[in-house]
Design a protein around this ligand. Structure first.
Ligand code: FUC
Length: 804
């Protein structure tokens, strides 16, 4: 009997221990976008899983080219009034030429932001492992580890790779075999940086390097990689940066990277000491303890949300094939079914990527590639583009219950606030602070690239929405009090720089632009009073006034009469307008082209991520937004499609949102297209990374947020249960999504109809709920409004709701 119980228990435990969500493959990676990402926000690794020579490409979050700096053209302040005047006179081309000559920093010989750079590579050569059988590798999303398994000469080998979360940010590779004495290898590090110093420090191999010079700015980030091995049995030796092991029973390889970066303005750290401290701290714990701590920390975050869209019908199909099948018209026929489990996996992969690239105590938030980059000079420098991309990275953070992952973003905001005050003063002669469309590790705040993309002064204002949203989700007044001056000063900048439009009379941002996109017949995107700028400033002003009311006592702050100015300017901002073909206008003038399929559709900022367009409060604008989005088409760059998933969810069209998920989950060839020559379309790489192309992580995060938005919305004064459920997700459940107001929501549905929901109230308060299915539940009251219910909740209590 005991044995039977044990067997049952063992089986149950085994089934639960096996990863439910994983990226599984039957062959090693040939290219970087087939390799599997691991990371802890400090160190990032891409695991290729090749038996004969394991290759792990490595990053450390603070290795960036250049050094502390900011970019401001000293002539900008004098030239800007003239640029404005030219725009108002309709001389757009002249305005652009003048801005490119006198306002942009490169015209003054300055740089345009520094690239994020790789550390290098770890190689583990295993002699005799070129011929293998029974190969498999996978990324286990449920436990945050990557594994490789294969057989050579009847011996089963396994590699487990983790990047422990917590105090010891190393990468650890644990090697085992089914027979004793079989682990033999040589490990070494290489780097693409110039003139590295490779050597030994006792038993540890070291590699010392320095980051690159770029656009005239000398690279001053020094970094040291440090490699060591712990073994059971066998012999170890080391020389010239190589560590060899012969005949061990098992082995763990540890690699740590230290740098001299202490902050965005301080690079006086000691990379040697930091690499030693990181490595030795991890080794003192040993692999099992490290792994145990890693898993416990990871589960604390990851387990908060579970999404079940049905059984895994294709568990034995490699992930690249699954992606290929997913968007093919064949799927769903011939006895197959739509691969809903792939969508759930993609959703959890997005959460995994955020946990792995944006830990609370990191120096930097997730950049354009998260933390994973193998190129010395990656596209767009892999830095922070703030006219959509950085913000999109953090769209899933609150709603998918990963609020702590915002910490490095908030740190970046605090730091660009410091830099941005100087830029506001020196460039615009204004108080407050400003950020344009890019920043980097050095927190540059001036405009970069050409004026037609870079002269966009609303980056700070957009980032402030993340501060306000954090308050809405957490109801944390201390947080709001701490960040209020940053929001207020972002608004202060506009109170002094908004211009009265000479013919329309509104207060407008000028120069501004609808990101990277000009209206029909206009020679440049540079413009005045574009819809997105109006929406962003309207939102900032509204949030600042709301925050001031909530915080009440603000006597410690100076110049508070600014609140009156904000109040009086707010109604003078341009309203959203409906244009001649029923579209939401992207510009102050009716310049939208119905044939335009540009990847940016910035005027729909008001629909998502903002809350200014709603089917209930602003039905005409909501219809106009739909018209605009229909005209834009579906297939586009990766991030654009992720945004469209969110937007179609807000348009309450689950089928169209699902169509976009299919478009995004379309397998992309492992090459990337260069701007101009070939029309770019985005998609997904074999390792589930989003393809702009090339790889950009924003698309992963945008689509993750979009999937959440299809299941639950909370932007409109109520929690909307299943607002945009597509027909293919017939039956399922989701646990742990977070709604504004601090309500954690579980939902079960069957045949497309809600069957049960649970509201976990974190802070108490009234929870208003919208549902298309009639509901009942203890404490639930139907209001007079159609489909709206409410519950008076108490903090830390839960409330169960059923279909009527
Ligand atoms: C913006 C977008 C591009 C790209 C870049 C990083 O400039 O227009 O498509 O995503 O950011």
């Amino acid at each position: 009997m005991k044995r039977i119980v044990f067997t049952i228990l063992f089986t149950v435990c085994y089934v639960f221990a096996a990863a439910q969500y994983r990226l599984w493959y039957d062959r090693p990676a040939q290219t970087w976008t087939q390799a599997l990402p691991v990371g802890n926000g400090v160190i990032g690794g891409m695991v290729f899983g090749t038996p004969a020579v394991e290759h792990i490409q490595l990053n450390e979050e603070t290795i960036w080219a250049g050094q502390p700096n900011n970019v401001i053209n000293p002539q900008a302040k004098e030239a800007l009034p003239k640029v404005r005047q030219l725009i108002f006179e309709g001389k757009y081309k002249e305005a652009q030429d003048l801005a490119n000559a006198k306002v942009m920093p490169n015209a003054a010989g300055q740089n345009m932001g520094m690239p994020y750079q790789p550390f290098g590579d770890l190689y583990i050569a295993m002699p005799g492992h070129a011929d293998y059988t029974g190969y498999e590798r996978w990324l286990d999303l449920d436990n945050a580890q990557s594994r490789v398994r294969y057989t050579v000469d009847g011996v089963r080998y396994e590699r487990e790779v983790i990047t422990p979360l917590g105090d010891h940010p190393v990468i650890a590779i644990h090697l085992t075999a089914s027979e004793k004495g079989k682990i033999t290898f040589t490990a070494n590090m290489t780097t693409p940086h110039e003139n590295p110093l490779v050597g030994m420090d006792g038993d540890e191999a070291t590699l010392l390097g320095v980051s690159s010079k770029h656009e005239g700015l000398k690279g001053k980030v020094r970094f040291m990689g440090r490699l060591a091995v712990q073994t059971k049995g066998g012999k170890r030796s080391g020389s010239n940066g190589n560590i060899s092991v012969v005949g061990a029973d098992e082995a763990t390889i540890y690699l740590a990277i230290g740098t001299n970066v202490k902050s965005y303005k301080d690079i006086t750290g000691d990379e040697v000491a930091q690499s030693r401290e990181r490595l030795q701290g991890a080794m003192a714990l040993g692999y099992e303890t490290l792994k145990d701590q890693h898993e416990r920390t990871y589960h604390k975050y990851y387990d908060r949300v579970r999404l079940d869209l049905g059984p895994d019908l294709y568990a034995s199909v490699p992930m690249d094939k699954r992606i290929e099948q997913f968007s093919s018209p064949q799927q769903g026929r011939k006895g197959g079914g739509s691969d809903n489990h792939l969508v759930a996996t993609y959703f959890q992969f997005g959460r995994y990527l955020l946990i792995s690239s944006s830990q609370p105590d990191n120096m930097n938030p997730a950049n354009l590639q998260g933390i994973w980059n193998d190129k010395l000079f990656p596209s767009w420098d892999s830095k922070y583009t703030t006219n959509i991309n950085l913000e999109m990275n953090y769209w899933p953070s609150e709603v998918t219950n990963l609020t702590e992952m915002n910490e490095p973003l908030f740190k970046l905001i605090r730091e660009i606030y410091e830099q941005g005050k100087k830029t506001a003063r020196d460039m615009y002669g204004a108080d407050g602070w400003v950020l344009h469309h890019n920043t980097d590790q050095w927190r540059i705040t001036g405009p970069v690239d050409r004026a037609q993309t870079g002269l966009w002064p609303v980056g700070a204002a957009w980032l402030c929405r993340h501060l306000w949203e954090h308050y809405l989700y957490t109801q944390d007044k201390d947080f709001l009090r701490q960040y209020f001056p940053i929001m207020l000063d972002a608004a202060r900048f506009f109170t002094q720089t908004l211009q009265k439009h000479p013919t329309k009379g509104y207060l407008v941002v000028c120069p501004g632009e609808s990101p990277e996109h000009g209206g029909k017949g206009r020679p440049t995107p540079l413009d005045a009073g574009v819809t997105m700028d109006n929406q962003i400033v309207t939102e900032l002003y509204t949030n600042v006034l709301a925050a001031a009311k909530i915080l009440e006592n603000l006597d410690h702050l100076e110049n508070l009469d600014i609140l009156d100015t904000i109040q009086s300017q707010l109604p003078q901002l341009p309203p959203m307008q409906i244009g001649h073909w029923g579209q939401l206008q992207e510009w102050l003038d009716d310049l939208d082209d119905p044939k335009d399929d540009h990847r940016h559709f910035s005027h729909l900022y008001g629909l998502y991520p903002s809350n200014q367009i709603s089917p209930y409060r602003t039905p005409a604008l909501w219809q106009a937004a739909r018209k605009s989005l229909e005209a834009r088409g579906d297939v586009s760059t990766g991030w654009s499609m992720g945004w469209k998933v969110c937007s179609w969810a807000r348009l309450l069209d689950g089928e169209h949102a699902y169509k976009l998920i299919q478009d995004q989950l379309t397998l992309t060839a492992d090459t990337f297209l260069i701007f101009g020559a070939v029309k770019q379309t985005g998609g997904t790489y074999p390792n589930l990374f989003d393809a702009h192309p090339p790889f950009q992580i924003d698309g992963n995060f945008g689509c993750t947020a979009g999937i959440a938005e299809m299941l639950m919305q909370s932007y409109d004064g109520f929690v909307y249960l299943l607002p945009a459920l597509p027909g293919v997700w017939k039956t399922g459940s989701v646990r742990g999504l977070v709604a504004r107001g601090g309500f954690v929501i579980d939902i079960d549905w069957k045949n497309g109809k809600l069957t049960k929901a649970v509201v976990h109230s974190r802070q108490g308060g009234i929870c208003r709920i919208r549902s298309n299915t009639p509901l009942k539940g203890k404490g639930l009251r139907k209001t007079k409004e159609k489909d709206i219910y409410e519950i008076k909740t108490m903090a830390n209590q839960e409330y169960t709701i059923f279909e009527l």
